[in-house]
Design a protein around this ligand. Structure first.
Ligand SMILES: [Zn+2]
Length: 337
């Protein structure tokens, strides 16, 4: 029995099996236990020899049990340590870092470029009265040029002033000029604008605009051109700019401004529709009526104004075909900038 027990012990490899083994060979129901119980039937002469024999076997099996238990516990501990081991030489998991939205980045770039030329940043409300958004900018009610801006009108109580989501940053011109007049004004006005438009590749209901104005003595188209040339060079790199005559109700004369194509350097490509030029902004000399509305005497002071889209600047800078991609919230697209 002793040999059978030891042989079986050799093949045991879990603590549960080991405990069962002990029950089987050393427990009360075990052969050894049965023999111990039968001791009383033996004669006094036989008893000591039998007792010694039983104890010897018991001791031997107990020792074997203890050795096996220690061995199994050590092995279990080692296995657990191996499982929980940390390989400190393994490379870490990459951490996704956040970044500024490309529009925010380019807005800061634009602001920095104009700040160098002495322009401050002026913020004005996104909700405007009809008066500021249109009338003071030389766009009276029923004027046909109102068709240029499809407007979100805000519901107001009967008899209250008409309120709109600003369709351009231009109403800010009036706020700024009225603040500085009769002294000179030189600010840019960045912000969100809203138009009631069907959304397509080139139109969105919400977009950013940066308006800029400079009013002072003897400010001319040459100042406008110099300012915009400096801006274009700083933000887009070395480019040529050209003025094309245009129409805006609040400037006279008005121009559309193009820069030489940043992708083909003017030789013609898909981005510039093979013209060599890319449209970037609208500008002009502030209309005398607007100057008067702002508190200036147009006989004494003159000024220029321009309005550009940061989304457009981003498009030209990086060759992105649709500026609305910047507002889709697609991280894989946005993290390229
Ligand atoms: Zn081109």
């Amino acid at each position: 029995m002793q040999q059978a027990a030891l042989a079986e012990l050799g093949s045991i490899n879990t603590l549960e099996a080991l405990r069962a083994w002990r029950q089987r060979y050393l427990g009360k129901q075990s052969p050894l236990g049965e023999i111990s119980k039968g001791m009383g039937k033996l004669s006094a002469a036989e008893r000591p020899a039998m007792g010694q024999r039983i104890n010897a076997v018991k001791q031997l099996l107990e020792q074997a049990f203890a050795a096996c238990e220690t061995e199994l516990q050590t092995a279990a501990q080692a296995a657990e340590l191996a499982r929980d081991q940390v390989d400190v030489t393994m490379p870490g998991r990459p951490v996704q870092s956040g970044r500024l939205h490309p529009i925010t980045q380019v807005l800061r770039e634009i602001e920095a470029a104009f700040a160098q030329m002495g322009f401050g940043v002026w913020e004005s409300p996104e909700v405007e009265s009809d008066e500021y958004n249109f009338e003071l900018l030389n766009i009276p009610a029923n004027h046909p040029s109102r068709d240029m801006w499809d407007t979100f009108y805000v519901q107001t109580p009967q008899g209250a002033d008409q309120v709109v989501l600003r369709t351009h940053t231009s109403p800010g011109q009036l706020h700024a000029m009225r603040y500085f007049a009769p002294g000179p004004t030189r600010v840019i006005l960045p912000g969100k604008c809203y138009r009631y438009e069907a959304v397509d590749a080139t139109h969105d209901m919400q977009f950013y605009q940066v308006e800029g104005i400079a009013v002072g003595d003897n400010i001319t188209m040459a100042d406008l051109k110099g300012t915009l040339a400096q801006f274009a060079e700083q933000v887009l790199g070395t480019v040529k700019i050209r003025f094309r005559p245009s129409y805006f109700p609040f400037t006279e004369p008005s121009v559309e401004v193009d820069v030489s194509c940043t992708f083909c350097q003017g030789s013609g490509c898909r981005m510039c529709k093979h013209t060599g030029w890319l449209e970037i902004l609208g500008a002009g000399m502030i209309h005398p009526t607007v100057l008067r509305n702002a508190g200036y005497d147009p006989e004494k002071m003159s000024g220029f104004a321009f309005g550009l889209g940061p989304g457009r600047v981003l498009q030209l800078k990086y060759g992105v075909s649709e500026s609305r991609l910047f507002f889709t919230g697609n991280v894989r697209f946005l993290e390229q900038f």
